[in-house]
Write a protein that binds this ligand. Structure first.
Ligand code: IPE
Ligand code: IPE
Ligand code: MG
Length: 250
C-alpha cells in the first residue's frame, strides 16, 4: 500500500510547516555549487504543494529564507532572491489552477524591490482562491516576529486602546504574522538536522516534530505522505494522560 492510501483523511493535520533544509549539501555531494541545490529545491516545493493540495491540507507553511540567512555570502543571497522572483512569476498560473492562495510571513521590507513587487502581485492574483493556503516564510524568524508583536501591543497600550490586563494569548496571537492561521500540528525538517532554527517558536508549542535524513531537493509528495502517516500514529496528549484521552474518545 502506498503512503497516500495509508492516510486517514478524517484525521489530517490542518496545518503542516516545513523547514526545507539541505539544498547546499545536496549540491555539494554532486560537485556543484550551492545555488544548483536551491534551483532543484524548487521542484520539491512544487511536488509538496501539489501533494498537500491533493489530499486536502488547509495550510502549508514553508520556511524558505530566514532572517539569519541574510548573513550568507552575497552571491548566494542574490541567487536565492533571483530564484524567488522567477519562481513566483512562473508558478502563479499553477497556484490558480489548483485553487491555492499565497501568503507571505516575514520582514519582507528587507527583500529586493522586484521581489516585493512580484510577491504583492502573486498575493493579489491568488487572493480569491479558497483551497490550500500556502504560507511562505521569507526573511522570517520567530524572534523577529515576537518582538514585532510585542512592539505593536506596546503601541496599542500606549494609545489607550488596550489595557495591559487585557493581554491574553488570543490578543498576542492576533499580533503575530500568523494571525488567523491555526497552529501547525506537524512540523517537518529535512536533511537530518534536529533543530528549529528560529521557526514558529510560539506556534509550534504542541506540534509533532518529524525529522528526516532526506535532503530537501530529494523530498517529494510521497515523503510528505510518509510524515503524515507517522503523525497519525502518534498520541497527542496536550499535557493530559493517555487514560483521560481514551475516556474522552468514548
Ligand atoms: C535550505 O538549504 C535552503 C535555505 C536555507 C535557503 P541550505 O542552503 O541551508 O542547505 P544546507 O543546509 O547548507 O545543506
Ligand atoms: C533554516 O535552515 C532556514 C531555512 C530552511 C530557510 P538553515 O540551514 O539556515 O538553518 P541552520 O543554520 O542549519 O540552523
Ligand atoms: Mg541548511
Amino acid at each position: 500500500m502506498s503512503s497516500m492510501q495509508m492516510i486517514n483523511t478524517d484525521k489530517l493535520p490542518r496545518h503542516i510547516a516545513i523547514i526545507m533544509d539541505g539544498n547546499g549539501r545536496w549540491a555539494q555531494e554532486k560537485g556543484e555549487n550551492r545555488l544548483f541545490g536551491h534551483f532543484h529545491g524548487v521542484e520539491s516545493v512544487r511536488s509538496v504543494v501539489e501533494g498537500a493540495a491533493e489530499i486536502g491540507i488547509q495550510y502549508l507553511t514553508l520556511y524558505a529564507f530566514s532572517t539569519e540567512n541574510w548573513d550568507r555570502p552575497a552571491t548566494e543571497v542574490q541567487g536565492l532572491m533571483e530564484l524567488l522572483v522567477s519562481t513566483i512569476r512562473k508558478e502563479v498560473p499553477t497556484l490558480n489552477k489548483n485553487n491555492i492562495q499565497l501568503q507571505v510571513i516575514g520582514d519582507t521590507s528587507m527583500l529586493p524591490l522586484n521581489a516585493i513587487a512580484e510577491l504583492k502581485e502573486a498575493i493579489r492574483e491568488t487572493q480569491a482562491n479558497t483551497g490550500l493556503r500556502l504560507v511562505m516564510a521569507l526573511s522570517y524568524s520567530s524572534r523577529w516576529e515576537i518582538i514585532q508583536a510585542v512592539k505593536s501591543i506596546g503601541v496599542a497600550v500606549e494609545s489607550g486602546q488596550l489595557s495591559s490586563a487585557a493581554i491574553t494569548q488570543q490578543v498576542f496571537e492576533e499580533h503575530l504574522t500568523t494571525a488567523g492561521i491555526p497552529d501547525p500540528e506537524l512540523m517537518i525538517r529535512t536533511s537530518g538536522e534536529f533543530r528549529v532554527s528560529n521557526f514558529l517558536l510560539y506556534q509550534l508549542a504542541y506540534a509533532e516534530l518529524y525529522f528526516t535524513e532526506t535532503l530537501w531537493p530529494d523530498f517529494r509528495k510521497e515523503h510528505l505522505y510518509e510524515a503524515i502517516v507517522d503523525f497519525q500514529r502518534r498520541e497527542r496528549r496536550f499535557g493530559k494522560t493517555g487514560e483521560q484521552l481514551k475516556a474522552e474518545d468514548l
